[in-house]
Design a protein around this ligand. Sequence first.
Ligand code: SAH
Length: 443
Amino acid sequence: VNIRDFSTDKHKKVDDYPYGGGAGMLMQPQPIYDAYKSVADTIPAENKTRVVYVTPQGYTFNQRMAENFAKSDDIIFLCGHYEGIDERVLEEIVTDYVSIGDYVLTGGELAAMVMIDSISRLVPGVLHNEISAETELFHGYLLEYPQYTRPEEWHEKLVPEVLMNGNQKKINDWRLAEAKKRTMERRPDLFDQYFALNECKEKLMQNKMIHIDMIEMINRGRAVLVAKDGNDMLLLDKETGYYHHAGDNKEFFMTLPREVRLDIKKIILHQEEMLKPVQQLFNLQNTLVCYQAVYTKRERLPISGLYRGDGKPTEDGLTIRLLTMEYADIIQNEYNNAEYQKVKEKDYIEDRIKKHRMYGAFIGEELAGFIGIHNDDSIGMLRVFEQYRGRKVGKALQTFMINKKLEMGWIPYGQFLIGDESSERIQKSLGMYMSKTPVIWVD
Ligand code: SAH
């Protein structure tokens, strides 16, 4: 939208001298406000909308912010010119002040284009549709390893031998080593974070069952290390906004900086004795107690029950496939009385479907049950409709999902509520191990 089109001046003027003197010109509030209104009025009121003023005075744009912006329905970018914009209109319309780096441009358009490019590639469906196979690399903390394509020899330089021999384990090892080396040389600041999280991971691995969610959070590049002290650590899951704590020092939370303590409103505890002190300190009432179930083997499960696994229907006609938006309401309805807070939230199931994380089992064309991957990458939301129970549909779905995760190089795990016997039976029958003690969700 051209702000000039909204000038009431006969020369289409949009700028004037700053009060109090000083160099250059400032953009006036009225044309900007009217230009903004012309866009804002076309956006449905219920949409999540953000108004970004691109300015060197904002927080510096990064990948994490891009991930965040990608979740809004609409974004309006306001691009300044000259020496900037009258403060009064900014106060009224802007929700976010964002810079693309510590240097000054003549106008905001390029900054907006940079943000638009990096945000839109994160919107599901823009780049690729299926979950891409991610390796065990710490993507998100390490720079990428060097890559090569044809020809095999160029300027008398050969492609590294290891990439040519087809041994995936050796290739992965080489890539990890190169990624570490490169990060250490080029981005020592990132490498420090990687190193610290790696130390956390090793500690967590000493009791893998109870800490599998935290381990996978690190593996998947979602973890931010907030604090670490002796055996205690606090991680923040970038995707879910949940804090995760491991350790048993009851004083640990008192030692956290004030701004961290103020931010803790939902947290997952891995040691029961921490529950009381945490509830008291942060004044949190809701708790949900779960066990973790982990599939520790690397081999895929044999296809059992009704499901054939090759996408073709069995004699009974059972197939498992990605669910589309038309099933969102049916699934959401199943969760209206759930104890599990987050699945009740409007949009959660829609988000899972949009991100290609929900699968349905169909008998003929009828939906018999469904399963999904939560935003913490755990397997969950398994349900089989009443009239299809007793036909191993649940087991087929769980088998399918475990195999799918193994294919992606992830560790299959899930959490289930204490007392959910049918769920426990399925997990055990598939050879999943249960944590001996529970994890506790507190909010
Ligand atoms: N005097 C202003 C800078 C004006 S530059 C100040 O010191 O804040 C003119 C316009 O270019 C700004 O209004 C802003 O929209 C855009 N711009 C300049 N540098 C930018 C940066 N690093 N990131 C994002 N936008 C920038």
